[in-house]
Structures are given as structure tokens and as C-alpha cells.
Design a protein around this ligand. Structure first.
Ligand code: CP
Length: 312
């Protein structure tokens, strides 16, 4: 099977989903149509039965060796809706990796029992390495990256993009919108993956707010400056709030590089408050990949612009 190794496709279809650079606009739009159809089907018993029969007999492994709540549960729920059975490995400590087995040998073992391996992993690049390993060994299984190190979180970014797509559907779509990205832009893997998806839209402008030590990485800044109509940066969220069509908040990712200290006052300079939200347009939206820390107070959950629970 001649799989294109650069984007893991076979005859134009995705075989492995490892990063968002694999997605072109028509593929994104097809996926959103499928998601809309699945949501509609799931509202009726015959529709839910149809969905439930679509992947009967297929088996998925959730190999989640980095903490996760919503990604893990969302894949488990999705597998259940589609009739797939699931198994899980949630810690290296209880797998044969503790006896010295290499991660790739573990993966090969997983492939003996499962059709699909969904991976949450602390180090960057592992899902891509696994996908390459399957291609090289002609193992006809599939890999989905559910978050890898600081580098990619494509399934979260697809949810984010789907939320934006739905939100702006009746307002000219995502094209031409101004998106404000806030918080830990250096280590937020969902931000990295989302920026690549946003490059697939026309006339998008992005504004960036972060403490100086958590600025968007140089490589992503280069992609952004080449692609987007306008890229503005600040440490103060007030500078851009009034212009934003969507405000995408993120938490400080202190599980990486704990030596990088971010002061409470730095977080306060970009965190949302009732006063700051009052500066936003009435039809803008507030998003967050979650989990949150203190960058969005719980009182804002009631604000009609808050979309982060729907985003989940
Ligand atoms: N957004 C996200 O990936 O959440 P979890 O880490 O809880 O899966």
C-alpha cells in the first residue's frame, strides 16, 4: 500500500492523523459536514443505531500516558457512539515498558489487537514516529494523535476549528475574522495546531497576547507573518479585545519547563475579567481548550459569548 509519507494519505484519504498541517480546506469542510451529519443522526433512535453499526467489530486502544480528562473521554464516547470497542493503557508504570520494552515494541504489540491507536504522549513527535513505523512495516492500522508534547494537538484544534466554523457559519464563515490568541502561546500545543488550521482560511488576522517568556515560537511566527493579513502582539489583553471576533484563551503550561516562572501579575495582565469582557463585541466568542486555571473566572461561564463548554 503506497502511503504518501509526507502527509500520511492513501489515494487522498487520511490513513494517520498526526498533525494539522495534513489538513487542506476541502478536507476540513468535509469533516465538518460529517460531524454535522453525525450530530443530527444521533438525535434519533434510528440515526443513533445507524451510527452504532458503522464501526462494529473494530477495536481502538487509548494509549494515554500523559494526563487527560476530556480528550480521553471524548474518544471513548466517540468509539461508543460508532460501535467500536475500546481498551486503554493510561500509565507506562503498569505496562511492559517497565520491564524494558521499547515504546515501539509496545506499539507493535498494540497493533496486534487493535485497528486504531489513539495516543496522548508527553514527548513531541511520537505519534508521527508511530505512523511512520506502521507505514514502514506495512501494519494496516491507524494512528490518531490526541496530544503530543508541546508540538501538536490536532484533534483539539479540529474541535476548535469546528466551533469557529459553526459560530461564524451565518456570518460569512471564518474567512476574514480576527482571532485573538492569549496566554501560553509558547507551549500551548492546541494553539500551535490551531494556527496551522487557520492558515487554510482567507483574510484571517491574528492578535497575540502573552507574557514575553511565553510568546509564540519563532517558526510559528514566521508562518503567521507569511500567511495572515495582519499579526499584532502585546502583553496587555486590553489592546486587542475590542477588535476580536474570537478570543482563544490558554492556561500556563507549567508541566513543561517548570523553571520558566510566570508571575501572578503577568497572568493578571491577560486574564479575562467582567470589566475586560465588557470591552468585547456583543457577537464575539470566548474559547478555551481547557483545562483552565485562573485565566477565565467561573462567573464568565454565564456570559452568552462563552463557548468553551460547547467546544468540549
Ligand atoms: N483540551 C485537552 O486536551 O484536555 P485534556 O488534557 O483534559 O484531554
Amino acid at each position: 500500500m503506497a502511503i504518501d509519507r509526507t502527509n500520511f494519505t492513501y489515494r487522498g484519504r487520511l490513513v494517520h492523523l498526526v498533525h494539522t498541517r495534513q489538513f487542506v480546506r476541502p478536507l476540513l469542510e468535509d469533516m465538518f459536514d460529517v460531524a454535522d451529519a453525525a450530530r443530527r443522526l444521533n438525535t434519533s433512535r434510528p440515526g443513533a443505531t445507524y451510527l452504532k453499526e458503522s464501526l462494529v467489530g473494530r477495536r481502538a486502544l487509548l494509549y494515554f500516558v500523559q494526563p487527560s480528562t476530556r480528550t480521553f473521554l471524548s474518544f471513548q464516547a466517540a468509539a461508543s457512539l460508532l460501535g467500536m470497542s475500546t481498551a486503554e493503557v493510561r500509565s507506562r508504570e503498569i505496562s511492559s515498558e517497565m520491564k524494558g520494552e521499547s515504546p515501539l515494541d509496545s506499539l507493535r504489540t498494540f497493533a496486534m489487537y487493535h485497528d486504531l491507536i489513539i495516543i496522548r504522549y508527553p514527548e513531541p513527535g511520537f505519534s508521527e514516529q508511530c505512523a511512520g513505523f506502521f507505514v514502514d512495516h506495512d501494519l494496516r492500522r491507524h494512528v490518531i494523535n490526541g496530544g503530543s508534547g508541546k508540538d501538536d494537538h490536532p484533534t483539539q484544534a479540529l474541535l476548535d476549528m469546528y466551533t469557529l466554523h459553526r459560530e461564524f457559519y451565518s456570518r460569512g464563515g471564518v474567512d476574514g475574522k480576527r482571532i485573538l490568541l492569549v496566554g501560553d502561546l509558547a507551549r500551548g500545543r492546541a494553539v500551535r495546531s490551531l494556527v496551522h488550521l487557520l492558515t487554510r482560511y482567507e483574510g484571517v488576522r491574528i492578535d497575540l497576547v502573552s507574557p514575553p517568556q511565553l510568546r509564540l515560537a519563532d517558526d510559528l511566527m514566521e508562518v503567521s507573518r507569511k500567511t495572515f493579513e495582519d499579526v499584532r502582539e502585546s502583553e496587555e489583553i486590553e489592546d486587542f479585545l475590542a477588535d476580536a471576533d474570537a478570543v482563544y484563551m490558554t492556561r500556563v503550561q507549567s508541566e513543561y519547563e517548570p523553571h520558566i516562572e510566570v508571575s501572578e501579575s503577568a497572568i493578571e495582565s491577560y486574564g479575562l475579567t467582567e470589566d475586560r469582557v465588557a470591552m468585547m463585541k456583543a457577537d464575539s466568542v470566548i474559547m478555551h481548550p481547557l483545562p483552565r486555571r485562573n485565566e477565565i473566572p467561573i462567573t464568565l461561564d454565564r456570559d452568552p459569548r462563552s463557548r468553551y463548554w460547547e467546544q468540549v
